[in-house]
Design a binder for this molecule. Sequence first.
Ligand code: NDP
Ligand code: 8X3
Length: 253
Amino acid sequence: MSKKTVFITGASAGIGEACARTFAREGYDLLLAARRIDRLEALAAQLMHDFGTSAYTLALDVRDADEVSTAFNNIPEHWRQVDVLVNNAGLSQGLDPIYEGDIGDWDRMIDTNIKGLLYITRTVVPGMVARKQGHIINIGSIAAKEVYPKGNVYCATKHAVDALTQGMRIDLLDKHIKVTAIHPGMVETEFSEVRFKGDTERAAAVYDRIAPLLAEDIAEAAWFAASRPKHVNVNDMVIMPTMQATATIAIRE
Ligand code: NDP
Ligand code: 8X3
């Protein structure tokens, strides 16, 4: 049987990188996308060494529809036969009340988390439809299920991911394509450093005296969803640190 291929966006760090490692361990070929190609190449080399993985790296910005479509459509044909798409690339920028929000931050979040996910999906999924098989795993957030103070636009983008996941599942039902969303609570990655624009002290405080999720926890959830039998679809997973009850209620010890 030929190997399966997973396409992971945002594979240069955090959850995407952990998904790459987990799917490599399970014998998948990897199509890895992000803007930081140097990181993708180092990861691909490491996974080749550790698991004998074949990987193809794509330097792309998910916000650029033409770049997404050109990059994907110019890779060798067999790499375009994507079995599992992990729509993971995303970010938060700023944490401000709505009346003080930075419009550039809003644009970056909307363009990446919603439009980027759509551009990737629109480019990759027609091949799944033609083959009548495939699995889309969208990385949402607890911010897709709850709205918290100053989370306004980020929460809106993740609510959109939740809605799009449901819409995809309906539209792709008769194409035999599975659609899953995974909604993590706090995961210790570069996420907070990106949200606070390089303020490492503020980012570190997010994970202070709490045991956050690890990127690997979410990668294992993605693998669980991807490895169910043909007749089983995992619709929705909300995964939290044991020390975090809601987006805003956590204990710190
Ligand atoms: P990281 O900052 O560690 O990783 C984000 C990844 O997204 C990087 O690989 C980055 O790559 C990529 N990315 C960002 N913007 C773009 C872009 N325009 N084009 C291509 N790739 C892009 O964060 P996480 O791993 O934590 O985040 C992954 C996903 O998980 C996001 O969707 C996030 O919203 C979600 N999430 C995170 C949680 C957390 O607490 N960490 C909790 C819930 C959900 P590069 O910069 O190289 O382009
Ligand atoms: C990331 C988790 O709570 O910062 O999506 O929104 S949170």
